[in-house]
Design a binder for this molecule. Structure first.
Ligand code: IMP
Ligand code: MG
Length: 180
């Protein structure tokens, strides 16, 4: 399947399943390298919904000990960021004094990550790092610091591998980009 259609929009393969696997291996090796030397509890926080597949594949490549938490944040409607984040599911465990690694599917405007980090900062974790599968630097202009980036992509809208268009297309095993 090189081309898929959702809501009358045409998307073509942009990052193959094989390339995604290479990206995951690279990310996991950098993350393992850092956290193997970290003393204390580590918590990985996955930002739902978009990052559920990425998170599942990433954690199985990590070889240090950590807890997993999920938060659900909504910022996007249709194909645009709304500019406000809504916390639909909150952190349930105390992160005070723990090392937090936030796992996001894609950093677009950077608003979701920026606001989420500001929120958890108040809970006094020992450290906060950010890992994202995809990053759109032309959109967020590096307003936030991202520690681990799978791949930088142009501003175009992408779907698949957890990423949705109006809730659909998350099941695609490659990442597809909107045709212009
Ligand atoms: P930000 O707050 O603008 O950085 O947007 C982050 C959230 O918007 C991500 O967690 C995604 O769920 C969603 N998002 C941003 N860009 C895309 C895209 O190209 N496809 C699907 N979802 C996206
Ligand atoms: Mg999302």
């Amino acid at each position: 399947m090189n081309v898929v259609t959702y809501f009358d929009k045409v998307f073509s393969v942009y990052i193959s399943k094989k390339e995604i696997e290479q990206i995951l291996d690279n990310l996991a090796s950098s993350i393992n390298e850092h956290y193997k030397n970290v003393v204390g509890d580590v918590v990985l926080v996955s930002i739902l919904d978009g990052s559920f597949i990425f998170m599942a594949d990433l954690v199985r490549r990590l070889d240090f000990e950590f807890d997993i938490e999920f938060v659900k944040i909504r910022s996007y409607e249709d194909m645009e960021s709304t500019g406000n984040i809504e916390l639909l599911l909150e952190l349930h465990k105390d992160i005070k004094g723990k090392h937090v690694l936030v796992v996001e599917d894609v950093v677009d405007t950077g608003l979701t990550i920026e606001q989420f980090i500001a929120q958890i900062h108040g809970e006094e974790p020992a450290s906060i790092r950010v890992c994202t599968l995809l990053s759109k630097p032309d959109v967020h202009n590096d307003i936030i610091h991202i520690d681990y980036i799978g791949k930088e992509i142009p501003p175009a809208f992408v779907i698949g591998y957890g990423l949705d268009i109006n809730g659909k297309a998350r099941n695609l095993d490659a990442i597809y980009q909107l045709e212009t």
